[in-house]
Design a protein around this ligand. Structure first.
Ligand code: F6R
Length: 237
């Protein structure tokens, strides 16, 4: 586990973008695992900036996102598909047909989870997985549980996550109650993992996750076992 301490959010974003840019330069046809939320917004902005300057080329990149709300279509402003288009895909030369986000509107969610898991396998797995961390230690939407959930599955969101995500919706009652997410095993199979976290409010969970015991009560703690984990963080540890 490598920990890179950044000065602030902007510095964290630049450092994380540097790692992703290096991945793209070293392997132009990489499969990137991507995340939504407030943590990666600055990272995506920096990547767009370098793309505009001609430094990186997304034309051969494939992406798979971690998760999606159940019940939201890709054109809903709070869907993760919309977020990705808006914050990254619309601004770089990635082939949209090669950008994958679980389908939150699938009629059969179990079949959708299986399709998504198989898709990731058929792509040869994820080269670099970008992650944020929730206040309860969730990664993707893998919430604290008695066991580590394994592959892509459907989850009921807990109160803390619904509250945290209400800031993006009109009110708490508008936040979807379920989501589909890559599982812990799906995430752990990524060849490299890059976790970004910033802000004093994440300090406690970062300490638990990376300096405490590995436990499904803190899902991110499993990353301590990942052979190639880089954490880029500001104001947490
Ligand atoms: C997003 C995701 C979530 C977030 C986490 C942190 O795709 O999977 O696990 O990374 O909720 O969110 P922020 O960055 O908004 O604090």
């Amino acid at each position: 586990m490598k920990i890179i301490r950044a000065k602030d959010y902007a510095d964290m974003s630049r450092k994380a973008a540097n790692i992703i840019a290096a991945q793209i330069i070293l392997k132009p046809d990489s499969v990137l695992g991507l995340a939504t939320g407030s943590s990666p917004v600055g990272t995506y902005k920096q990547l767009i900036d370098w793309y505009n300057k001609g430094d990186i080329d997304f034309s051969q990149i494939t992406s798979v996102n971690l998760d999606e709300y159940v019940g939201l279509s890709g054109d809903h402003e709070q869907s993760y598909r919309y977020f990705m288009n808006d914050n990254l895909f619309n601004h770089v030369n990635i082939d949209k047909a090669r950008t994958h986000v679980p389908n939150g509107k699938a009629e059969d969610m179990d079949a959708e989870c299986q399709r998504y898991e198989e898709l990731i396998r058929s792509l040869g797995g994820v080269d670099l997985q970008l992650l944020g961390i929730g206040h309860d230690g969730h990664i993707g939407f893998n919430e604290p549980a008695p066991d580590f959930p394994t592959i892509t599955h459907c989850v009921e969101l807990n109160e803390m996550t619904i509250k945290a995500n209400a800031r993006f919706f009109g009110s708490e009652s508008e936040v979807p109650t379920h989501a589909v997410t890559m599982g812990i095993q799906t995430i752990m199979r990524a060849r490299k993992v890059l976790l970004i976290a910033n802000g004093a409010d994440k300090k406690e969970i970062m300490e638990k996750a990376f300096f405490g015991p590995v436990t499904p009560a803190v899902p991110a703690s499993i990353l301590q076992m990942h052979p190639d984990l880089t954490i880029v963080t500001a104001d947490t540890i």
